[in-house]
Each structure stands twice: as C-alpha cells, then as structure tokens.
Design a protein around this ligand. Structure first.
Ligand code: TA6
Length: 281
C-alpha cells in the first residue's frame, strides 16, 4: 500500500503482483483509478478538480467512483449527491495477499457532518481487488439513537474508447424511469448511447455487460441497492460541465449501483451493505 498524491489529493495505491492496481483518494474515499488487464478501466476527466478544493465545498472529482451519500442527486436538502464525496475519509484497514488485496476507508459523523445533517453514522467503503476484478462494498451503520434514512450510489464512471459505439446489456425488462423526459418504460436490450442518457432502472438486477469495442466488462450489484442508474451527458450537457473536455462524454459511461426512490431506513444500531462488482470479460 503506497501513499501517493495526484494533484493536491492524498491517495493510496494498492497493487497486485500481476499488475492490477487501484488508486483511492482520501477525499471522498474516491476510487480514481482501476488498472486491470493492463488498461485503465475508469474514466477520470483531465479537467477534473484534483486540488482538494472539494473539501471546501466546491466541485468534487469528475470520474472514478464517487460515493454519493446520504442523498442521491437532488432528492433532499443536502448538496447534490450528498456530502460524502467532499469530505476526507480515514483508511481503517488493509490486507495484501498474492492474489487479493483489500482496503477499507471510513467516514464517521462529526461536528462537520452534524452541521450539514443531524445524524450519527459510520460509513465504510471496502475495496477488494483481485486479478481482473474489483468489488466495492459500501456499508452504513446507524450509530445514533434516531432512525437514519438515506439514498445514495456508487456513481462509477467507466472508461470507453467511444461510448457512441458501445452497448450495455442486462437491463432488459427492468422498470425504467427516464429523468430527462419523466417517461416510464421497460429497459431495452441492448442500450445504446446516441444522445444524452439519464435513466434509473429499478427491480431485481442481473449482471450487466458493457461492450466497448473489443473490451467487455461485467458489472453486477447487490439487490440491497434497489436501483441502477445509467448516465451519459452527450455533447450539450458535457459542454455545460466545466470539468469535462468537449469530447469527454465519448470516453465515459456511468453505470451506478444506486438507491434512488426508496430511502434505506436504519433503526439505531442497524447496518446496511451494498456492493458493486466489476469484472473483465
Ligand atoms: O447519476 C446521474 C446523475 O444524477 C445525473 O443526473 C448527472 O447530473 C450526474 O449524476 C452527475 O452529477 P454531478 O453532481 O457529479 O455533476
């Protein structure tokens, strides 16, 4: 486990002897890079703020795997996608073996979080790296005396050679809500990305397959999440994002393990866990 900096961000690099590796920032417990099979698998915008300014409340990192918690998007009074991605996390455990390495980061309620949200919690992100595979498990514990309700997401940005040529399968038949049109439909097979795309799929998830040229990735998630979000800003929305290059939309697709519609509610002392797993092929 090697400490590194990227821009102004303090990071950890976790590597396997075979070459797969992970870079995680203490800001947001944010996974910035996952190298597997000799290639970077996550998109990180070259124009993303990497100066730690998100810690002062400005733009979070654009790319990697933002941990959106305790609020998905603007479904509440908190800052968009919650504050967890804008606060420093602590590294609380790691384990390094020949064919697996893991790292755990934690964000606990503090005076700072109580000023934003009057709840007591412990949030953990466990990262398990194996050859060709990464599992991210988010865990929440209610450490207070009142019920704790939250939504959120592992807002993963996958690197694409050209999203306009890519396809995503595995969402067929799932109830689909299009946030751009407020339309309801059923997931088509496969999904293609020829325009702005921002949809939420609910119901039971089955593994999805992202095919981008010759590269394929299988993306799965625990049922405890409840929803899957698929997002690509395309040309116009991308141009409106100051931290994206003009053609950045082509290089990414977000496939998110999410809890959008129905908050998770934890009684005092109760815990919740949700994972997303990424696997080559
Ligand atoms: O998960 C999709 C989404 O909620 C989109 O609506 C889009 O706004 C995106 O997240 C990015 O949000 P951000 O706050 O990181 O710019």
């Amino acid at each position: 486990l090697v400490p590194e900096t990227l821009g102004g961000l303090n990071c950890w690099r976790l590597s396997l002897p075979g070459g797969d590796s992970l870079r995680v920032a203490e800001q947001g417990g944010h996974v910035l890079s996952w190298i597997a099979g000799g290639r970077e698998r996550l998109f990180l915008s070259p124009r993303s703020a990497l100066d730690g300014s998100a810690l002062d409340g400005s733009a979070p990192v654009r790319g990697g795997v933002p941990v959106c918690w305790p609020q998905f998007n603007q479904r509440g009074d908190l800052v968009k996608h919650g504050f967890a991605r804008q606060l420093p996390w602590l590294t609380t455990a790691y384990d390094l073996g020949a064919d697996a390495a893991s790292l755990e980061l934690t964000l606990c309620s503090s005076e700072r979080t109580r000023a934003l949200w009057p709840h007591e919690f412990e949030l953990t992100l466990r990262l398990l790296l194996q050859p060709g595979r990464l599992r991210l498990t988010l865990g929440a514990r209610n450490t207070g005396a009142q019920p704790l309700a939250f939504t959120g997401a592992l807002h993963s940005y996958f690197a694409c050679d050209d999203v306009a040529q890519a396809s995503l399968s595995g969402l067929q038949g799932r109830p689909e809500w299009d946030s751009l049109t407020d339309g309801h439909a059923q997931g088509a097979e496969p999904l293609r990305f020829e325009a702005e795309f921002d949809r939420v799929y609910s119901g039971q998830s089955t593994p999805m397959r992202l095919q981008d040229g010759a590269q394929a990735l299988t993306i799965s998630q625990s049922d405890s999440w409840g929803d899957t979000v698929v997002w690509n800003p395309h040309v116009a929305k991308c141009a409106a994002l100051a931290d994206m290059e003009a053609d950045g939309w082509r290089r990414m697709l977000c496939v998110e393990a999410a809890r959008v519609f129905e908050p998770v509610t934890l009684a005092p002392g109760q815990t919740w866990q949700g994972w997303q797993q990424l696997e080559l092929g």
